[in-house]
Design a protein around this ligand. Structure first.
Ligand code: BEZ
Length: 218
């Protein structure tokens, strides 16, 4: 059975968290959310990641993005571990909830299981991260193994790219960052593009002479 992937509605599960019980759809509300798992509390890579996520939390908040962490450890463990996270990443405040999944049911439903990671109670989560839109659909999924920490600059960049595409019916090219030109997607005709970009846009000359690579300020 394929796991949760882009385009799917995130299951509306009720989870126990460091902020009490949360229903995922209510939590997302009318904005975006990042639901991200880590293999286990009191482990080195996870400690660095959750601290950095806390440091970036104000940037996510500015973009209307809520954060929800998750692992198979219980809430008491998360609460104790937060003290280490905040001690390690200077100036961070873990203000986002971290969910507990000791029965390993949520990680299965959210496609967050790492096939190579186990403890004596069963399988453990990968470093999975779903960016979910206001329609409760998964827009982006990252799946990293336990040994590879994620890059929170990249997570933020992807949120900016997703929100730009949603606002302006555009797409973002390789290594795009806010302020760079966007591309006009193939489904937009030149006539439509003229209306969308009255200031004009650039079409790149290519050997095929097909005029599909169009850049615009947006
Ligand atoms: C870590 O967070 O450092 C880690 C967790 C599980 C396996 C490997 C590394």
């Amino acid at each position: 059975m394929p796991g949760l992937t882009i385009g799917d509605t995130i299951p509306d599960l009720e989870v126990e968290t460091t902020h009490g019980k949360i229903r995922i759809h209510d939590f997302i509300g009318s904005g975006y959310a990042i639901v991200f798992s880590h293999p286990g509390d009191f482990t080195p890579v996870c400690t660095t990641e959750l601290g950095m996520m806390a440091k970036y939390a104000p940037e996510f908040e500015k973009r209307g993005v809520k954060l929800l962490g998750l692992s198979c450890d219980d809430v008491e463990s998360h609460k104790a571990w937060i003290k280490d996270i905040e001690a390690y990443t200077t100036g961070c405040n873990v203000s986002y909830p971290i969910a507990a999944d000791p029965k390993r049911e949520v990680i299965k439903q959210l496609n967050m299981v790492d096939p190579d990671e186990h403890d004596d109670k069963g399988q453990l989560p990968s470093r999975a991260l779903h960016i979910v839109g206001p329609d409760k659909k998964v827009k982006v999924s990252f799946l990293y193994p336990a040994t590879t920490g994620r890059n929170m600059d990249e997570v933020l960049r992807v949120v900016d790219a997703l929100q730009k595409a949603a606002e302006r019916k555009v797409a973002t090219p390789v290594n795009w960052k806010p302020g760079d030109k966007v591309v006009i997607p193939p489904g937009v005709s030149n006539e439509e593009a003229d209306k969308m970009f009255p200031q004009g846009y650039d079409t790149v000359d290519l050997p095929s002479e097909k005029q599909y690579l169009r850049f615009a300020e947006a």
